[in-house]
Design a protein around this ligand. Structure first.
Ligand code: OXD
Ligand code: MN
Length: 595
């Protein structure tokens, strides 16, 4: 397959440790993929679904103890602890290699090691980075075939170079006590063991495209961010691009595939999805910031996806999709999940593989769900009805606006604009979400999740902020930076803003600001719209007064937040850039002055 001595030497070394019976190279062909699907079905690893209703779709169940990313068992292994920082778990590289080598030893005996050459972004693009994942799981191979660009052209593009990310994954015993997701950014290496869950084992995604890539981006002068990318097409055919970062459960996939309200689509407005999870950003020769989605598919959360919340996602999953941990509807051999529709199947198997009685389902008790709350679909980007025509453009798309967002019941207004790149980076650094009454635990507890990257920065968080500040000096025509909050509630805890497709109204204000087409009010936190400038045409129950309420800046709750931010900055530690402290002090002073 290749004569690359770095590739071959490394595979020999890993095989000597894990001792597979066989080594199989994945070539990206449909014939090989089909043979692997058949093999996975013959062993029960996957179930072939109704091929008339869901062509080329399969169902997989993970082990019951293995259903999500495990932040507590995720490590950044830099030689110096302080380079991993206080927010990450750290282990010394030699200690980690030694510990995990024992877990890998002989773990592939009786099994096959698959060699997956893959590219994040289009092979040959200035953004592209190559990886090879070694795994003993067919499920991983089939997911990687959807999520990344796999094939022999990657080996050709790599040539004789040793510049690739070495990923090793072994299922081992799926033992949660010995589950490790470890990153060695100084060695371009990822080791994952004892898991079979996507976020821990599809090494191109969080491990490479965020943790290792953020480290490389700092070294090489670019950025790897936990951001969706969407294009807003105007009736005259112009398209403007927005990147947006939200913590989990804040609707990133929904925003990326938004359907505009009817009065806007009637006029010719459209939204195009470039990506729903990860953006790689580089400064272009024209001085603008350009973005690609390095992935080739969507690994989306199934529950809650339906014809109202996200029809585009639902259509995307109707062929060529692997469903993980959803309900199996035995009557017609299809799938179901909570929030899909109001017709739970009567003859059903739950995500654990047990008979599921939907009449026992109680919304407040997650253990009665048929689908795991983090059940997923792995679906091809090219099956998405609103996929951008620029998705495969190796140069990416020019970014007009960066949007941060969180789930805040009171503090953050519907939208505000930062006053500069530095102030925008500060707004990103203080991003947060609050727990709601819907989740177990205290209401209103704030979790700070800077740039939605808390679990994904492959080095010290303070250094990451410094990199953001430095990038600002390298982009002559930098995007404007905004913050949105779709989740403000009234006195009874009801959401005030309708969200979903109506978020388009806010995106249009954001893009108007980028073009200098609309004025705004300066407040202590930044620029807030004039209520009249958020278009409420056709919105039921939302008046100008509602918008005014959504745009208020409550000084007292912001001053409380400032105290919480100070605690968080102290936790991030010594490497928080002085500029961030200056921004924080200036914010506090402006809030006090406005009392
Ligand atoms: C996540 C995901 O956990 O995208 O952020 O799966
Ligand atoms: Mn994500």
């Amino acid at each position: 397959m290749t004569n690359n001595k770095y590739v071959l030497g490394w595979i020999d070394e890993m095989a000597a440790m894990t001792k597979p019976d066989k080594i199989v190279w994945i070539d990206g062909s449909e014939e090989q993929a089909e043979a692997l699907r058949a093999e996975a079905c013959s062993t029960g690893e996957m179930i072939k679904l109704n091929q008339e209703l869901l062509p080329n779709c399969y169902l997989h169940r993970t082990a019951v103890n293995d259903v999500a990313r495990v932040e507590g068992r995720t490590f950044i292994c830099t030689s110096k602890k302080e380079d991993a920082g206080n927010i990450n778990n750290w282990m010394a590289p030699e200690e980690c290699y030694a510990k995990l080598s024992k877990l890998y030893a002989g773990s592939m005996k009786g099994r096959t090691m698959y060699v997956i050459p893959y590219s994040m972004s289009i092979v040959g693009s200035p953004f592209a980075k190559y990886g090879i994942e070694l795994t003993d799981s067919i499920y991983v191979v089939l997911n990687m075939l959807i999520m990344t660009r796999v094939g022999l052209d990657v080996l050709e593009a790599l040539g004789e170079s040793g510049d690739f990310i070495k990923g090793l994954h072994a299922r081992a015993d799926i033992d949660e006590e010995n589950r490790y997701i470890c990153h060695f950014p100084e060695d371009n290496t990822i080791w994952s063991v004892n898991s079979g869950y996507g976020g821990n084992v599809l090494l191109g995604k969080k491990c490479f495209a965020l943790r290792i890539a953020s480290y490389l981006g700092r070294k090489e002068g670019w950025m790897a961010e936990h951001m969706l990318i969407l294009g807003v097409e105007y009736p005259n055919g112009d398209t403007k691009y927005i990147c947006a970062a939200f913590p989990s459960a804040c609707g990133k996939t929904n925003l990326a595939m938004l359907i505009p309200p009817k009065f806007l689509s009637d006029k010719g407005y459209k939204v195009w999805c470039v990506g729903d999870d990860i953006a790689w950003l580089r400064v272009g020769e024209d001085g603008r910031l350009w973005a690609v989605n390095p992935e080739n598919g969507f690994f989306g959360v199934a529950p809650g996806t339906n014809l109202n919340s996200n029809p585009n996602a639902l259509y995307t999953t109707m062929k060529d999709t692997i469903f993980t941990n959803v309900v199996h509807n035995k009557a017609n051999n299809t799938v179901w999940w909570e929030g899909l529709d109001k017709n739970p199947p009567a003859d059903a198997i739950d995500w654990k593989g047990n008979v599921w009685d939907y009449t026992k389902y109680n919304k407040a008790d997650k253990s009665t769900c048929g689908a795991h709350p983090n059940s997923r679909f792995t679906a091809k980007a090219t099956n998405c009805p609103c996929l951008s025509a620029e998705f495969n453009n190796p140069q990416g798309v020019p970014v007009s606006a960066i949007v941060f967002g969180g789930r805040r019941a009171k503090t953050a207004p519907l939208v505000y604009q930062s006053t500069s790149w530095q102030n925008g980076a500060f707004v990103g650094s203080i991003m947060a979400s609050e727990t709601t009454a819907a989740a177990a635990g205290a209401v209103g507890v704030v979790r700070r999740d800077p740039m939605a990257m808390r679990p994904f920065v492959g080095y010290d968080m303070g250094d990451y902020w410094a990199h953001w500040l430095k990038m600002g000096t390298m982009i002559p025509k930098a995007p404007k930076i905004f913050h949105v909050n779709w989740f403000r509630t009234d006195a009874d805890g009801n959401f005030i803003w309708p969200g979903f497709g109506d978020n388009m109204r806010v995106l249009l204000w954001i893009l108007d600001r980028c073009e200098g087409k609309v004025d705004a009010n300066i407040t202590p936190i930044g620029y807030v719209p004039n209520a009249e400038d958020i278009n409420i045409e056709g919105l039921d129950g939302v008046t100008l007064d509602t918008i005014k309420e959504l745009l208020t800046v409550d000084t007292a709750s912001w001053l409380d937040d400032v105290q919480n931010i100070k605690e968080f900055y102290a936790q991030v530690g010594e490497r928080v850039p002085q500029a961030m402290y200056d921004e924080l002090a200036a914010l506090e002073a402006r809030l006090n002055a406005s009392k």
